[in-house]
Design a protein around this ligand. Structure first.
Ligand code: UN1
Length: 506
């Protein structure tokens, strides 16, 4: 195993750049003004991106509209086969993709491997789900003399807007779901991670996705706005901040014409509740991985730990002991636990947040980070659950104590916060876990384990309230939301019945 890992690391170091990204419209890469893409690890130049002008965003939408008739009429089996071939290609291109996940997104090898695996899982899962939902109309029961069936088909052009923290898995998952449902897609990756997105688009097209069914527009918010304003738009799938989801919602509401769906997965102030029966060592392990893995840059990450007062000192000591061992630095080094945060802006935001909260809170863990975009794990005690109002997207864990008997009040504060993504409970009293889960609207509840790393098909992922719209990615209800449904009711008892096939033209 050590030999295999050593070989893999050597292979990743051999992957040769530079990489490029540009608007990909009808399979052609558009020229334009380029900028350098720098690694969050050390600022190294990784390649160039040509960002889309709003005019090319509009052209991409036009091209996707042109591709819709053909792709939506392509048999579901053919569409699913494209996703399966893409999954094979992701497997085959493991070294390149792991290299890009590390270089462009700053991932540790563990995180990069998990994301690579999740990408394959999304492709295969949506292919299988697509065969289940789209291949044949679903026959439904009804009165005698009538047949009823339900058919799902694509809506039109989907805009897919994805984040930098899972630049391969979420990017590919959104695109795969929209395509499988029979839509054509214009994808806008996060400005921080265009190179891996361009690689994914080329890979999908080589796997058989037609050039006119999938288009890429690297760029910032103005590119997203151009997609959403385009008359051909039929729906939006978005993962990112709650604030951006709100902006998208407002832009959709301001459009003339059809009411369009937004499938949004956003942020959370994710809490974990630890009662007096919990096992300190297991709590320490699970808290440390939930709060600090991926440098806390997951929407699922633990932000707020609520510990029952009687055991709080013991629990906090165990957690601080474990977290103090974490190594921060170059994620390509196997001994590293936390790589960089994504860019200078993220580093500045986190440093400011820590500086302003320090005087009013009790600091259990801090430290001096290596130079570059690195942030040490922080554990900060605050007065009560309701004191934490914003999602802090990095390795900062907040802790608050609750009195035995006052858990309901703490839950009430969490509920009032309005987010509903992940929730952790550590307790050996099963009834408590069930009660806590029932009291809150959270989408993913984890009992006596860590609260990150939802597995496609087993742990459908997504929240409610400020955390998103649902349905859950990697779950059985996801694809249907990308489709329109038609119920067809035929009166088979009508005089003469039907008389066989006559085409519209004939
Ligand atoms: C995100 O961080 O944007 O369960 C969502 C998890 C991941 C979270 C992805 N699926 O940790």
């Amino acid at each position: 195993d050590g030999v295999a890992v050593g070989g893999l690391i050597a292979a990743l170091a051999q992957v040769a750049g530079p990489f490029t990204a540009a608007p990909i419209i009808d399979g052609r890469e558009e020229p334009g003004r380029t900028r350098s893409v720098a690694s969050p690890i050390d600022g190294a130049h990784l390649g160039h991106v040509t960002e889309a002008e709003t005019a090319s965003a509009t052209r991409a939408m036009d091209a996707a509209a042109g591709g819709f008739a053909g792709w939506s009429a392509t048999p579901a089996e053919t569409r699913a086969a494209c996703l399966d071939r893409a999954a094979d290609a992701v497997e085959e291109q493991r070294e390149t993709l792991l290299h890009l996940l590390q270089a462009e997104a700053g991932k540790t090898l563990d995180d990069a491997l998990a994301e690579w695996r999740e990408t394959i899982d999304f492709l295969r899962y949506y292919a299988a789900e697509g065969r289940r939902l789209f291949a044949e109309p679903l026959s439904l029961p009804g009165p005698a003399g009538e047949t009823n069936s339900l058919t799902l088909r694509g809506r039109g052009v989907f805009a897919a807007i994805s984040p930098w923290n899972f630049p391969l898995a979420i990017f590919t998952g959104q695109v795969a779901a929209a395509l499988m449902a029979g839509n054509t897609v214009v994808a806008k990756p996060a400005p921080q991670t265009p190179l891996i997105a361009a690689h994914a688009v080329r890979l999908l097209q080589q796997a058989g996705v037609p050039n006119d069914a999938l288009h890429l527009v690297p760029g910032g918010p103005e590119v997203g706005a151009a997609l959403i304003a385009h008359p051909a738009l039929a729906g939006v799938v978005f993962t990112g901040s709650t604030a951006t989801a709100r902006t998208i919602n407002q832009a959709l509401a301001a459009r003339a014409g059809a009411i369009l769906p937004l499938i949004a997965e956003t942020g959370g102030i994710n809490a974990m509740i630890v009662d007096a029966t919990a096992l300190p060592e297991q709590v320490a392990d699970d808290v440390v991985s939930s709060a600090f893995r991926s440098a806390g840059q997951r929407c699922s990450a633990l932000r707020l730990l609520l510990v029952q007062e009687d055991v709080a000192d013991t629990m906090i000591a165990a957690i601080v002991g474990a977290a103090a061992e974490l190594r921060v630095g170059d994620p390509r080094d196997l001994a590293t636990d936390l790589g960089p945060v994504i860019d200078a802006a993220a580093k500045t935001r986190l440093d400011h947040y820590i500086a302003q909260i320090r005087p009013q809170a009790r600091l259990h863990l801090a430290g001096t980070a290596p130079s570059g975009h690195y942030v040490m794990p922080h554990i900060i005690e605050i007065g009560r659950a309701g004191d934490l109002r914003e999602e802090v997207f990095g390795p900062v864990l907040h802790v608050a104590r609750y009195k035995a008997g006052s858990l309901t009040d703490a839950l009430q504060e969490i509920r009032r916060g309005g987010y509903g993504l992940t929730l952790g409970i550590h307790s050996r009293i099963e009834a408590l876990a069930v009660e806590v889960a029932a009291a809150l609207p959270h989408g993913n509840v984890y009992v006596n384990r860590n609260m990150i790393g939802a597995v496609v098909g087993s742990q459908p992922f997504g929240g409610s309230g400020l955390s998103g719209t649902g349905p859950k990615a990697g779950g059985p209800h996801y694809l249907a939301r990308f489709a329109i449904e038609r119920t067809l009711t035929i009166n088979t008892a009508a005089a003469g019945g039907t008389i066989g096939l006559i085409t519209l033209e004939g």
